[in-house]
Design a protein around this ligand. Structure first.
Ligand code: ZN
Length: 105
């Protein structure tokens, strides 16, 4: 069981270093600060939009969940605004890449 296989199942999780407690993102087997082993932790619930752009009919946002976790994904139900609070609605792995969809409620 690892972070990637949980994401693949649609569960938003992040890694947490067992030694220094740093949140490890993007997913990795070892902590990028102290090389400690990483355990799975439920992903943070609320993030905020720090950037967005429109591609075709879709809006893509860069969402910051905390200082280490920044994720790009699609927002489906709303026109995004900077600093807007969002949650992860869906996540997964598609063609070898992570994909995320956010919702504002
Ligand atoms: Zn560490």
């Amino acid at each position: 069981m690892n972070v990637e296989s949980e994401l693949e199942k649609g569960n938003f999780v992040v890694g947490e270093c067992l030694k220094c407690k740093k949140i490890v993102w993007p997913p990795s087997e070892y902590c990028n600060r102290c090389f400690g082993n990483v355990s799975i932790k439920e992903g943070p619930l609320q993030g905020k939009i720090i950037e967005f752009s429109k591609q075709g009919n879709d809006y893509f946002c860069l969402v910051e969940f905390n200082e280490n976790v920044k994720i790009i994904g699609k927002i489906a139900d709303d026109i995004p605004q900077i600093n807007q609070s969002v949650m992860v609605k869906k996540c997964g792995i598609q063609n070898g890449d992570y994909f995320f969809e956010f919702t504002s409620n």
